[in-house]
Design a protein around this ligand. Sequence first.
Ligand code: PLP
Length: 378
Amino acid sequence: MSYLDHNATSPLRDGARTAVERAFATLGNASSIHAGGRAARALIEDARAKVAMLADVPPQDVVFTSGGTEANALALWGAVAGALEGRQKGEQRITRLFVSAIEHSSVLANAAAVTERFAGLRLETIPVRSNGVADMEALAESLREGKGRALVVLMAANNETGVIQPVAQAAKLVEDAGALLMVDGVQAAGKMAMPKADYLTLSAHKIGGPQGVGALVIKSGAPYAPLILGGGQERGARAGTENTPGIAGFGAAAESCQPGTAVLRDRFEAGLQQIAHEVIIFGAKSDRVTNTSNFSLPGIGAETALMALDLDGVMLSSGAACSSGKVKRSHVLAAMGVDDAAAGAALRASFGWNSTAADVEAALDSISKLVARKRVAA
Ligand code: PLP
């Protein structure tokens, strides 16, 4: 089997598996005073330090969540509600929400819902250029034009194309405008230096940690109102007994993940060009995280290709994984102006910590057979 779908989920690293197993063997609720509780607390705080190191933030800013989706939801709802609640303390409410067109569905859906829910909040889309990079000139102009406090949302790296977004540039614009910045760092973590933001989100399973655990980093002083209330865990920012094994696994994965080289991705793309010179590689001219290749073989639909590859034991994905398992037209490629035919044929190969040159060759072999069959049929 050749698993080339690390952007959907990266297999559990050995260290993370050991940490999860050890945590399962630990007695106690981290809120309990006794020795068992203290042991669980120690595991969580150790993991918090490791995740904080990965994100380059103070450990006390890290709030553990049930994953990247929850972290994105908490950031959006928490920031808007927090700024509103903080008005007595001189906090200015957020009236403008700028969200890039290529954000993950968890950002897009929550941004739309929060705008619907809070009267006086307006949602604006930051357009994206054909190279897959969010348009900072358009953002600068919109920030200049309107009035009121803004929250700008821009992912660090896109999950479909791997294109690195100009977060440092956005941060400068945000600072000049007295706005707030939220960064979805889920696909960037472990692959590049993490950018600074008021809100930063992470997910363990994209870096070889367990599924169902993530983090929201809230910069000290940034407005935030908790959505999940209860026992006051996570300094009141997210109540609920902590997922100690998941968090311990997240910490171990954060500790061991290292930015990879582009060797496998580049070999793969060179192989694609040899097989079919008409291949389109999306975002190829932009800075990309080194593990992602999003490409289209004109005339071969994504669904057909995925099934053929799967029969050969090669696991790729069509752009974004969709919960229904169906191939969905990509909003990311649409925002880049890719035509329907090319977008409908888009496939994503994403490499990770256990990918090998043999995986690349297996994928290329399978694609080569597929293209040859297509040529015979044509
Ligand atoms: N943000 C991005 C950019 C993602 O790629 C994903 C997962 O695909 C998420 C958020 C959601 O993370 P999770 O799967 O942990 O809910």
